[in-house]
Design a protein around this ligand. Sequence first.
Ligand code: NDP
Length: 500
Amino acid sequence: MTTVHVPGVPVVADGELISTNPATGDEAGRLPVASAADVARAVERARTASAWWIGLGDAGRRERLLRFRAVLANRITELAEVVNAEGGKPVAEAVVEIVSAIEHLDWATRNARRVLGPRQLRSRLILAEFAAHLEYQPYGVVGVIGPWNYPVLTPLGSIGYALAAGNTVVFKPSEYTPVAGQWYVDAFAEVVPEHPVLQAVHGLGDVGAALCRAGVDKVAFTGSTATARKVMAACAETLTPVLLESGGKDAMIVDTDADLDAAAEAAVWGGMTNAGQTCIGIERIYAVAPVYDAFVAKVVERAGRLTVGAAGDADLGPITMPAQIDIIRRHIDDALARGGRAVLGGPDAVQPPYVRPTILVDVPEDSAAVREETFGPTLTIKKVRDANEALTLANALPYGLGGSVFGQRRAIPIARRLRSGMAAINSTITFVGMSTLPFGGVGDSGFGRIHGDDGLREFARSKAITRRRGPSVLPAMTFDRTPAQIARIVKLVKTLYGRS
Ligand code: NDP
């Protein structure tokens, strides 16, 4: 038996990746590490399976994907316990995560034909003798690289949409959560035993890098911005298209007419859910001066009530990736050293493998706690003059993933002006569970979209076809045209487009 030195830190021994719980060090499972050749073979198998998966047609895929959805729904508690055993996430949080994943799988499956299926488009007067036909065809084999913080929802957000669009998938779960990833790959194989339509390859970052270079037709990556850059560079070698869902530093804006109790409740949930290890978690809050003091008091009161520990029903579990604790500690220490104050928690809140809720105020805007992804249960709250100042500060970072606005009269215009891919009004994070809405960032938070119609199209290529339906009255795209016809075309263009 291999000795595991640091609970939660994955170990590779004898060709296996051993995953452990960050609080207890208990082994959650072990999986074979893939070599670059193994990854290439998985992609080859996926390529063969692709012909079968495409050949099933929408109806055949739909029937199988709905069966997969049913397995996830019926065994939701079992999967939530796997997520808890491996990453330490409280079971209730894991259940909420899996519910969202199931909803997305259901929606993608039921809407694939509507969004991607063949359709006739209207012809215009120019080229009126041709019919316009559009359809979306699958890429073939999609490589999905996932993070550890939402090991079910995040990878399945790509996998489910990619499969529904007719692709096969080779999936590299995070080294911190391979067991959860393998669980649903195995569950999928139970309902689709015929071909390896969904496979997992395990290991460290080099396995993800190998997947980028293994001949996949598209890579869907979710993880940090630093790794996103490496993935894009690797994919550039072969012009493999990429979808990048990367980090964030989401802000909440609290306006004068906000319901402060609701705002405080959402701030604490948005900042502390999954112990703050959420790409779209709230990390910074800008509250306008008239409501600032009352709002801070309500946040502190609520956050102070949260329970922390290993028990599956604690509000906050351990920090899943032990190295993150040093980053959280550095952000808190730096904020305090530079004039900030902890009105809840502080340096003593960092008690590995846990971090207790910490609320920081008066933190300079150029400090790490405001500018960098903290990924812990910490919030900075800053007093601002008005919503305009809040927007300027919220939009000052290279990240642009989600965001939240609390208020009434100006809430929608403020949400529109947030430089982000998503925004929630009078709630936080809720857009991720809305399967009809696209999800993705701007700037350092990446590009491309999962979820919704855009999320299905992300995993398919448009195929445009024109079909002649009659002779050309004014032939243009042929050497058979005559000077007289060109003269008539010029006259027609002036008539159609010559006036503004
Ligand atoms: P990482 O970037 O460290 O890892 C993400 C994945 O990439 C892992 O599977 C990792 O493997 C793999 N990987 C590492 N190196 C390479 C490489 N050179 N080439 C290809 N793949 C590689 O992110 P984390 O797992 O730490 O996840 C947390 C981050 O994810 C945060 O920044 C968070 O904001 C972001 N995130 C973004 C979301 C979004 O939708 N925008 C959603 C959820 C999280 P291994 O684990 O083995 O190193």
